[in-house]
Design a protein around this ligand. Structure first.
Ligand SMILES: C[S@@+](CC[C@H](N)C(=O)[O-])C[C@H]1O[C@@H](n2cnc3c(N)ncnc32)[C@H](O)[C@@H]1O
Length: 246
């Protein structure tokens, strides 16, 4: 897609998103509304270090927290596509500096509605729109994100199947991430929750892109091509932009 076409596409997409949002508002998201870390990490099994069954049952945070040992208390968490309250609650007390979830609507359970989560913000809005991105920037207030998770499951159905557009969104997320920070991204929802059968990213493109990213030694990259999810960690000297498939 040429630049001109891409710009036109983005403009059109801004209009489409209004429609998408109204579709979503009719969807109750009956499952996976405000999942905790253990529920989310179940979907990232292909890219995380194995823990024993017992450890899994006890504390999923043990997989993530050691990565940020030196930053304890200063870790910034952002979920794209979910309220992230249970997620933030899954970490040890005082591990996070602040946390936020960006979601189209709150979608909280009755119990959660009244639960206070320390230093947590729910950012309501379509995360692909400029005005929501500005809200996220405001919340960041000069900080960068250490843990960025997107595990939208059926929410992925609302994302347009356009490689250039998707790359741009991932790149915007990537730019928010700190050196040493990780992105855990799902691009395929488990079939029982999905209404769409077409993949967000075609398998061959996902695989090719993964190979390009893996070649960069300042990026730690693990992907599960079959289940379409990936973990990306920015190491010192990481490029300013996400690598692209040429
Ligand atoms: C099935 S729920 C998953 C919620 C959460 N990630 C979890 O795993 O419990 C789908 C979520 O995607 C969110 N979502 C879908 N499209 C979105 C968008 N464009 N911007 C922000 N949130 C979006 C919905 O608001 C909803 O919270």
């Amino acid at each position: 897609m040429r630049i001109r076409e891409a710009i036109d596409y983005y403009k059109e997409e801004e209009k489409n998103r209004k429609f998408m949002t109204s579709v979503c508002n009719k969807n109750n998201w009956n499952v996976y509304k405000d999942s905790d870390l253990s529920n989310m990490l179940d979907d990232f099994g292909g890219v995380l270090p194995p823990l024993s069954y017992i450890e899994h049952q006890c504390n999923y945070a043990r997989i993530i927290e050691p990565i940020f040992e030196k930053k304890n208390g200063q870790v910034v968490l952002l979920e794209m596509g979910g309220p992230a309250r249970e997620l933030a609650e899954s970490f040890s007390k005082n591990f996070l500096k602040k946390s936020a979830g960006c979601t189209l609507k709150k979608g909280l359970s009755k119990e959660m509605k009244h639960k206070k989560v320390h230093n947590h913000t729910i950012i309501i809005g379509d995360m692909f729109l400029q005005k929501t991105k500005e809200k996220i920037d405001k919340w960041l207030d000069g900080d960068k994100v250490d843990i960025l998770i997107e595990r939208m499951q059926a929410g992925l159905d609302l994302i347009p199947r356009n490689g250039v557009w998707i790359w741009k969104q991932f790149n915007d997320w990537y730019k928010m991430v700190n050196e040493g920070g990780i992105m855990l991204i799902q691009t395929y929802s488990t079939p029982f929750s999905s209404c769409r059968s077409d993949l967000l990213v075609p398998d061959d493109v996902f695989e090719q892109w993964g190979k390009v990213v893996s070649q960069n030694k300042s990026l730690e990259f693990k992907s599960d091509v079959f289940n379409q999810h990936f973990l990306l960690r920015k190491l010192p000297g990481a490029p300013e932009r996400l690598p692209v498939v040429t």
